[in-house]
Ligand binder design. Structure first.
Ligand code: PMT
Length: 407
């Protein structure tokens, strides 16, 4: 997992170095974020050495070669790139900032942009820990589902004996690992997601058709993932040999024209559209009424373009999140970017096809997600896992679209 490790200013900051080491040892990638106060207790160099990455130490890039930030919206990038945020030590000030949504430095700003699991390991003076302000801030944070790794009792740096000592790094690393375990998220409750899947079949005559190798597996995996996350799912599918995922409303179609009509007939109330289907680009201009006889030595057919459903959806987009696919055998990123603009999509899932173990028909896939803010390469994984990653990215796009500082 990619973990953002926030370190705030307290004497226990030195223990965060041990936590970084443990997380790396357990196979995580760690990006340290140090508040100004943390840098009074421990140096960025310690974390750079342990994690192999430059820690983030400020909200703004100062333009110097040493600066860690590529742009002033880096907090959004860091929020998107990391799977989990852990803050150790989390001072009373950090708890208050997080609870009340203050965004005065990099850590608190990134927290507001972050949608993944959050683990907080507080450390402070016993009286500060017991203060009603801290208690109520903790309640707010717990209410958001954040994991609080409670401090231990003992002799504190201020000379007082009592609760407030940072939990041991191994305890915090265990809490991080538990929080990393895949959880069923219900972030699509209230959404209606329309997904197209499979190939289309374009008749040549009453018994023959033009089609392609799409099995429907990727689109059905998306439908299953969306339903598991709480969405009402409408799955418009070309002819495939797959079971409908539980709770999904399925509409069967054959041709591109039928798929287009089904999509627009079901569009009312849809908030997310994913066009995963491999729609035929051409259909036979004039389909004969009777079977073409084998006795013909040669025959040719004239083809007309089919309706471009995704492009039409792009023209009538409204507030809907529109996600298209691009199946390519070369220039994947370039083509995906072109389709993103040409079809007015929010995201294109670029799929390199033409190989046997990913893309068409296989159980695994390897894709690249292209949005207006950049590209994310997903490693090869089962289509069901890729489906969840596509929804994770879609939810981030939603957040970006509504974040005032993103514009
Ligand atoms: O079904 P599987 O065997 O699991 O394989 C998955 C897949 C390879 C089919 C899938 O991952 C994929 O890449 N789907 C898109 C296939 C495709 O038609 O790509 P395209 O680059 O030709 O089309 C671009 C986009 O326009 C797609 O979203 C497509 O649905 C849409 N389109 C295309 C033509 C058309 N007439 N109307 C459309 O809406």
């Amino acid at each position: 997992m990619r973990i953002a490790l926030g370190v705030s200013g307290g004497i226990a900051a030195y223990k965060a170095a041990e936590l970084a080491r443990l997380l790396i040892q357990r196979g995580h990638e760690v990006q340290a974020i140090l508040t100004d106060a943390a840098q009074q207790f421990i140096t960025p160099l310690t974390f750079a050495t342990l994690t192999g990455r430059k820690p983030i130490t400020s909200l703004f890039s100062d333009g110097s070669a040493e600066s860690t930030l590529a742009s002033s919206v880096e907090h959004i990038g860091v929020a998107q790139e990391n799977d989990l945020l852990v803050v150790a030590p989390a001072t009373a000030n950090v708890l208050a900032q997080f609870a009340h949504g203050f965004a005065g430095d990099f850590l608190s700003t990134m927290y507001l942009a972050f949608t993944g699991p959050v683990v907080l390991a507080p450390a402070m003076n016993a009286n500060m820990w017991g203060h009603p302000a801290t208690r109520s801030n903790l309640e707010v944070l717990r209410g958001r589902g954040h994991v609080i790794v409670s401090p231990g009792d003992g002799f504190l740096a201020c000379g007082v004996i009592g609760p407030g000592r940072l939990a041991e790094p191994v305890e915090i690393a265990d809490a991080v690992d538990r929080a990393c375990k895949p959880q069923v998220v219900h972030d699509l409750v209230g959404e209606t997601v329309l997904i197209t899947a499979g190939p289309t079949q374009e008749p040549i005559d009453p018994v023959r058709f033009l089609s392609n190798r799409s099995s429907g597996k990727m689109g059905f995996a998306l439908a299953e993932a969306a339903a598991a996350r709480g969405a009402h799912v409408i799955l418009i599918s070309g002819p495939v040999d797959l079971h409908t995922p539980s709770g999904v409303e399925r509409v069967d179609v054959k041709t591109a024209e039928e798929m287009r009509n089904a999509v627009f007939a079901h569009l009312d109330g849809v908030s997310i559209v994913i066009k995963c289907a491999a729609v035929a680009d051409f259909r036979v201009a004039s389909v004969p009424q009777h079977k073409i006889k084998k006795t013909m030595a040669r025959f040719s057919v004239e083809l007309d373009p089919t309706p471009d459903i995704l492009a039409e959806l792009g023209r009538k987009k409204g507030d809907r999140l529109l996600i298209g696919f691009a199946a390519e055998t070369e220039n994947l990123v370039q083509e995906a970017k072109r389709k993103l603009e040409a079809k007015n999509c929010d995201m294109i899932v670029g799929n390199l096809v033409g190989q046997s173990d990913t893309g068409f028909e296989s159980d695994d896939n390897q894709v690249i997600l292209v949005t207006r803010s950049g590209t994310t390469e997903l490693p090869r994984a089962p289509k069901r896992v890729i489906a969840d990653q596509i929804f994770n990215e879609s939810m981030k796009l939603r957040l970006l679209a509504t974040a005032p500082y993103a514009h």
